[in-house]
Design a binder for this molecule. Structure first.
Ligand code: IPE
Ligand code: IPE
Ligand code: MG
Length: 232
């Protein structure tokens, strides 16, 4: 935990609203995704400067595979076009990159590049940036159950701490604050287990427009929250 409890140790963001951002400008949806991807660098920098230790970004959900092929291709291409360069920039900034979700639906080449980006940055200490790509919370939970079963863990040996260690987010503290941009008030299969006691912040601001001022607003709002964890 960060020493300053008014600052969240872990912020997780559902980066929604790229398509609407593009539509407002009469641009193709992929232009919104491009603007959204560009915003990631800005947001990572801002949270790192605040001293937030973990930042998780929801970039592509297991359900997003149901979108038109053209959009899926565009989104995967955005990741593959930026991963190498972004990894270098993160490394320079002493930020560790981690991936949660599935890799097996990506090409062998992209899988290799994601792995090499996480490998390059694995010893960095300033902040952990966790990229949720092909991530779905239910699938993460089902996979954890499968691993526990395969590992022959005794029923008595299972508890909440052990269970958490089988999730993609093992070793990452639960998010203190979950932000969703784009105006929808739902979690869309994001960190369902981990969000048990997260503070939720919803803003109508579309992801490409979520800037430093909006981050400050979210953090100020978080500071006003009284977290009780069931206690008084
Ligand atoms: C979020 O933006 C990015 C992904 C889900 C990949 P959307 O593409 O969902 O944008 P809207 O919700 O249609 O505006
Ligand atoms: C959630 O956004 C997933 C990501 C931001 C990656 P969606 O746009 O997919 O969510 P729904 O479909 O509106 O719930
Ligand atoms: Mg959306």
């Amino acid at each position: 935990m960060s020493g300053d409890s008014s600052l969240p140790c872990h912020v997780a963001i559902i980066m929604d609203g790229n398509g609407r951002w593009a539509r407002q400008r009469r641009l193709p949806r992929i232009a919104g995704h491009r603007a959204g991807a560009k915003n990631i660098r800005r947001v990572v920098k801002a949270f790192a400067n605040y001293g937030v230790k973990y930042l998780t970004l929801f970039a592509f959900s297991t359900e997003n595979w149901s979108r038109p092929q053209k959009e899926i291709h565009g989104l995967v291409r955005l990741l593959s076009n930026s991963i190498d360069e972004e990894a270098k920039a993160l490394h320079k900034a002493n930020i560790k990159l981690r991936h949660i979700g599935k890799l097996d639906r990506l090409s062998v080449e992209l899988r290799r590049r994601v792995k090499s980006a996480t490998e390059l940055t694995k010893d960095n200490t300033r902040m952990t940036l966790c990229l949720a790509f092909d991530y779905g919370s239910r699938s993460e939970i089902v996979d954890a159950v499968r691993c526990i079963k395969e590992g022959n863990v005794s029923p008595e040996g299972i508890n909440e701490t052990i269970f958490s260690s089988y999730l993609g987010t093992a070793d990452i503290p639960d998010p203190d604050l979950i932000i969703r941009t784009g105006g929808e008030i739902r979690l869309s299969n994001f960190l369902l287990w981990q969000a048990a006691y997260s503070e939720l912040y919803f803003t109508p601001v579309l992801w490409p427009d979520f800037n430093k001022k909006e981050i400050e607003k979210a953090l100020l709002d978080y500071r006003q929250r009284q977290r009780r964890f069931g206690n008084l």
